[in-house]
Design a protein around this ligand. Structure first.
Ligand code: WTA
Length: 630
């Protein structure tokens, strides 16, 4: 049964999904349109890893997102578009219009030479075209690689080159609060060194001045309007790549997480329906950006696969003021609201005066994603936004998992503040100690692994399968390792405690410490740096950078400013350290390993239990670091 409507149905579905996973998923998959039915549900082996779902099946995911709904929902709204400016032009996109826009853009991509199996980079603001772009790629079997608009030219270039994208879809600029972001100029800078790019399609959003390179750059509207509004879907294999999404890990180089078509479709649709309990006539709004996995799975694919009506918002929570989200909720009568804890904390800090003018009575379900939600933020959200009347779904998942794995089902699973609660059907969590031994029983804590594949699990890291194996499948035999620490309480409820690797979660964005370090080290005055996370009231975690300086520099303030500029240039403003401490040395063991634990404690302003520092190469650096804490 696709839709779970009460807790005993959840228990029954869960039990079957563990005991007879193939029977279970075969039935769920039967709710979709397949061009050719699959012959086998699952092949898997976590050692290689090799994971295949719905084998031999052929389908097109956009047919399931759009065409399938047309007979009954032609004039129903697929999504409303709310622009950055509160008085800007609003747009309602019906399923019919979505169909036409996607077909025209798909034809346009074909005309530029994109074929099934090619990669297309999408670097766009949060506008309807971003959704059309993803679906247009999927329509013709090309894999999209969406790059978040906040990434720098350097970061964009690395991502384009890693997967050898053929085309970039971008805009002249983007509106973000009271700023205009120069998207096309960033693309131009990146493309100086991107040999695989043949064409760039430029959508005019801000009408700011841009340069078009003859033979390469095309005006989006001119090209798209030449095309027919019908485009037959390209049927692909279940395991055909749907998209690549780059995410940070423990090394300096982001990895391209690859998701394929059939399994991703089935799981995002199933999880959307059951976690949010979306029903006909509800209005769903996820505030994420399409540049992140949440935007892929729960703005584009999950809602459209369910024929839902949602909202696409271009702006930011605090523009023109901190009441913007709540104003939008009232304007559209939003029933389902899904956001990140960092946004909740920022809006809480702005004060209740920004909430009071709005009645918020349309809300039925609230969601949270991206980082652990602290109890205080949970209660604020529950009381002031949900009016103690809306279940909060604290959804735990990752870019690599494709969809939500641990979460309450709205109104069905009893919630507990800061707990993601129970696994969805098909998801088999397991806690292990550092040696990989299973930690059984309740009231325990360990490293979170998953012991059985679910349909939207990562298939590979693009171009480097060994890296996928090393990162996720080699830490513990026969288990997928999430990189997260986790508690299980007396009722078997799960609480994610945060990353146990070198990844910092800043405002719900994953930032690898190694990535920030290598960016900082690009500054010629810095020989070495070490970056750690520390508790930050609004962002969840902030970035603290210890930098060893060599040679001359004008003064500390200028140097720190330059370090920030260097990070912005190489990664993007999201990775800028909140604090920079210039140091003479770093606490290293005799074998040269940086003792990050000490650095983390100092960053947290906790000088207790620094441990035995006598084994360090130079124990005096610890004193110096403590004294110089910023
Ligand atoms: C963290 C975002 C606690 C976690 C969908 C995970 C969470 C990382 C939660 C993935 C949650 C995400 N509670 N922690 N509800 N949701 N995380 O790939 O550390 O951007 O490993 O995917 O965010 O981040 P990613």
């Amino acid at each position: 049964m696709f839709h779970i409507t009460n807790f005993s149905e959840y228990e029954k579905a869960y039990k079957q999904s563990v005991e007879e996973p193939e029977v279970f998923w075969k039935e769920i998959a039967s709710y979709f349109q397949w061009n050719k039915p699959f012959t086998k549900v699952l092949n898997w082996n976590f050692n290689e890893p090799k994971i295949e779902w719905f084998i031999d099946g052929k389908l097109n995911i956009t047919e399931n997102c759009i065409d399938r709904h047309l007979p009954s929902k032609k004039n129903a709204i697929a999504f409303y578009f709310e622009p950055n400016e509160a008085n800007g032009v609003r747009i309602s996109v019906t399923y019919q219009k979505l169909y036409e826009e996607v077909c025209k853009l798909a034809n346009c991509l074909k005309s530029t030479g994109v074929e099934s199996g090619d990669r297309v980079c999408i670097y766009l603001p949060m506008i309807p075209e971003a959704v059309y772009a993803m679906l247009a790629c999927a329509r013709i079997g090309a894999a999209h690689s969406v790059v978040f608009g906040g990434f720098s030219a350097q970061a964009l270039k690395d991502r384009i080159n890693d997967s050898a994208c053929k085309v970039v879809l971008t805009s002249d600029g983007a509106y973000r609060g009271n700023k205009q972001i120069p998207m096309k100029a960033t693309v131009d800078e990146a493309l100086v060194d991107c040999p695989s790019i043949e064409k760039v399609l430029v959508y005019k959003r801000t009408n700011q001045a841009i340069t078009l390179k003859a033979g390469r750059d095309l005006d989006w509207e001119t090209e798209v309007n030449k095309q027919a509004a019908v485009c037959a879907p390209t049927y692909v294999d279940s395991e055909h790549p749907l998209f690549i999404l780059y995410t940070s890990g423990s090394t300096g180089k982001p990895k391209g997480v690859l998701h394929t078509t059939g399994g991703y479709m089935v799981y995002t649709a199933y999880s959307f329906k059951n976690v949010f309990q979306y029903n006909e006539n509800d209005i769903y709004w996820c505030t994420a950006d399409v540049g992140w996995i949440t935007g892929h799975s729960y703005i584009t694919y999950g809602p459209l696969l369910n024929g839902a009506t949602s909202l696409v918002f271009e702006g930011v929570p605090t523009y023109p003021d901190a009441g913007r989200f709540w104003k939008i909720v009232d304007t559209y009568n939003v029933t389902h609201f899904y956001t990140a804890p960092t946004a909740i904390r920022a809006l809480e800090a702005a004060g209740l005066d920004f909430v009071k003018p709005y009645n918020l009575s349309s809300l039925k379900v609230l969601g949270s994603v991206g980082e652990p939600i602290n109890e205080e933020a949970w209660h604020w959200y529950n009381t002031n936004i949900g009016k103690n009347n809306c279940p909060i779904v604290d959804t735990w998942w990752q870019t690599e998992t494709g969809g939500i794995l641990i979460s309450p089902l709205a109104g069905i699973t009893k919630t507990k503040p800061s707990y993601a609660t129970l696994p969805l059907p098909g998801v088999q969590p397991m806690l292990v100690d550092d040696k990989g031994n299973e930690i059984i029983g309740n009231n325990v804590e360990g490293n979170l692994c998953i012991k059985f594949p679910w349909p939207s699990i990562i298939r590979t890291t693009y171009g480097d399968h060994e890296r996928c194996r090393q990162t996720y499948f080699a830490s513990y035999t026969n288990l997928y390792f999430t990189g997260d620490g986790c508690k299980r309480d007396e009722n078997g409820y799960y609480r994610i405690t945060g990353r146990v690797d070198d990844v910092i979660n800043v405002s719900g964005h994953r930032i690898g410490t190694a990535e920030v370090e290598s960016a900082i080290n690009m500054h010629e005055a810095i020989v070495e740096s070490a970056v750690v996370g520390y508790t930050h009231d609004i962002k969840g975690q902030g970035i603290y950078a210890y930098c060893i300086v060599t040679g001359d520099y004008a003064n500390e303030e200028t140097l720190k400013k330059e370090i920030l500029e260097t990070v912005t240039k190489h990664i993007g403003a999201i990775a800028k350290p909140d604090k920079i401490q210039l140091v003479k040395g770093l606490p290293k063991t005799r074998s040269g390993k940086i003792m990050r634990r000490i650095l983390r404690k100092v960053a947290e302003n906790d000088f207790s239990n620094l441990g035995d520092t006598s084994t360090l190469l130079d124990p005096t650096v610890v004193e110096e670091i403590k004294k110089g804490r910023v």
